[in-house]
Design a protein around this ligand. Structure first.
Ligand code: MLC
Ligand code: AMP
Length: 474
């Protein structure tokens, strides 16, 4: 059995198996168009995909996976600095784009054609043998506390194990219609939101953007969203009530505030499922469709995953529902390491082979997990996006008027955390200009939502910026 079982015909087909960007496709059409891509990329070291929410993106991703070529999703709004890093570091020699999406330097573009889809398989020359499970499916770029994003190597076996575990936890099947409008360059929108459907056989509707109105209209049975999306849905009563026909509302990528959980449950009659994960581990902990959905809790490890808590000295922490520790995970859903980053790999794993999440958690005697927060203030979650304070600070320092900068994630009702930058500048520059500067060089979602121009930054005796003090001010 391959990775994308639904493409092998395991669950039949439908003319609208995939709806995205105003286009409806059957799985046969998708397979045919993706096979054309696979021919073009077979043997390449890696395939970058300009990951706009389009049928071309899904086709390119599936084409790379069919050919066994690691797929590198490129955030479509990434600026030159971030893009150059991802292309260089991943070794991608081809960038899949929509025809006419030109202007890319330093990489050969591969226009993905969606016309003549049905005939495309006839020149396929046969289907591809399933690549070995340990081969890399994706190189997913994700922020650390400092420096440029790291490429997490995600094996095909991890994707398969995680999707099967989630299908079991959520009773996710070919009977479902999955709806979401999440970006296609992260685990949530791409691995779960696209490949999940191509493995379970559910239909999938991508709404372009994850707005309450679009979710309400889509009439799905299974909905994915980040907490910002659910908080916006909960604030629009009629949109929320329209979701009462759905089977399951699933939240993840950041903590779901208890008041949002409760309001959503009251308006829809559906207590949301909350699940926890990371790029590096995929989704490891979740409440279950047939189990208790406790506000503020992410539930139990999914099938095959083991979790434990460790104190600062590395010693085990009891699972007593009170004592906090660093959450460590092990199991078949884990990544294979960071590309070209032996230093980061050495830090990420314990001596006995567990992955250190960097999240602080509590585990109850009943096994339920509660995520308390991040161990480092320098890893920010805003709107479900993971943003490294160090990367934004470095981008700000690239501006000629900036002498120094410190970035924090300030609590924010809509985004969970908002990127706030404290900047020492020469007075010739405004906060809006600095925001635009970051948005152009990195991804738009990494831009500071607020820039505070200051004379100096609070520092300790060692010269280290006191971020906790800045957070208190923010
Ligand atoms: C605004 N815009 C700018 C700009 N200011 N453009 C350039 N320069 C500036 N200074 C534009 C944007 O391009 C965009 O345009 C529009 O304004 C709105 O952008 P935004 O402000 O960023 O959108 P916002 O409404 O804040 O987005 C909220 C959100 C988004 C929830 C829709 O944060 C989101 O999609 N989050 C999902 C993140 C996610 O999937 N994370 C999963 C990680 S995986 P335009 O044209 O685009 O409208 C993971 C594992 C797991 O965590 O556990 O799941
Ligand atoms: P990313 O690599 O972008 O997937 O981000 C992973 C991080 O998102 C984790 O380390 C957590 O800090 C956070 N996260 C994901 N899901 C949850 C959740 N349900 N509750 C709290 N934090 C979460």
């Amino acid at each position: 059995m391959g990775l994308l079982t639904a493409l092998e015909g395991a669950y039949g087909d439908a003319a609208d198996a995939l709806r995205i960007d105003g286009c409806a496709m059957s799985r046969e059409q998708l397979l045919a168009a993706a096979t054309v891509v696979a021919h073009r990329v077979a043997g390449a070291p890696a395939l970058a995909v300009l990951a706009r929410p389009t049928a071309e993106t899904v086709t390119a991703v599936v084409g790379g996976l069919l050919a066994g070529v690691p797929v590198v999703p490129l955030p479509p709004d990434s600026g030159p600095k971030e893009r150059a890093h991802i292309l260089r570091d991943s070794g991608a020699t081809l960038l899949a784009v929509r025809p006419g999406d030109g202007g890319w330097e330093g990489v050969e573009t591969l226009p993905v054609e969606m016309t003549g889809r049905t005939g495309a398989s006839s020149d396929s020359g046969g289907s591809y043998a399933e690549p070995a499970p340990e081969r890399t499916a994706f190189v997913l770029y994700t922020s650390g506390t400092t420096g440029a994003p790291k490429g997490a190597l995600i094996p095909r076996s991890a994707v398969a194990a995680d999707l099967d575990a989630l299908a079991a936890a959520w009773q996710w099947s070919a009977e479902d219609t999955l709806v979401h409008g999440l970006p296609l360059f992260h685990v949530h929108g791409l691995v779960l939101g696209v490949l999940g459907a191509l493995r379970t056989g559910s239909k999938v509707v991508h709404t372009g953007r994850p707005t309450p109105g679009a979710y309400a209209q889509a009439r799905g049975s299974l909905y994915f969203g980040v907490p910002t999306v659910w908080s916006r849905v909960a604030a629009e009563e009629s949109a929320a009530r329209a979701l009462s026909a759905a089977r399951l509302l699933v939240s993840g990528s950041a903590p779901l505030p208890v008041p949002v959980f409760e309001r959503l449950a009251a308006l829809t009659g559906r207590a949301p499922i909350e699940r926890y994960g990371m790029t590096e581990s995929l989704i490891t902990v979740s409440t279950r469709a047939d189990g208790e959905r406790r506000p503020g809790s992410v539930g139990l490890p999914v099938e095959g995953v083991r979790t434990r808590l460790a104190g600062e000295d590395g010693a085990p922490v009891p699972h007593d529902g009170e004592t906090v520790g660093e959450l460590q995970v092990a199991g078949p859903t884990l990544f294979a390491g960071y590309l070209n980053r032996p230093d980061a790999n050495a830090e990420a794993w314990t001596a006995d082979g567990w992955f250190r999440t960097g999240d602080v958690a509590v585990i109850g005697q009943d096994g339920f997990h509660r995520i308390v927060g991040r161990a480092s203030v320098d890893l920010i979650k805003s709107g479900g996006y993971r943003i490294g304070a160090g990367e934004v600070e470095a981008a700000l320092r690239d501006h000629p008027a900036v002498a120094d900068a410190a970035v924090v994630g300030a609590p924010d009702d809509d985004l969970g955390q908002a990127v706030v930058a404290y900047v020492i500048a020469d007075g010739e520059v405004t906060g809006d200009q600095l925001t635009a500067f970051v948005a152009e060089r990195l991804s738009v979602h990494k831009r500071p939502r607020r820039v505070v121009l200051v004379e100096e930054l609070p520092r300790n005796a060692m010269g280290k910026v006191l971020k906790k003090q800045l957070l208190d001010r923010a």
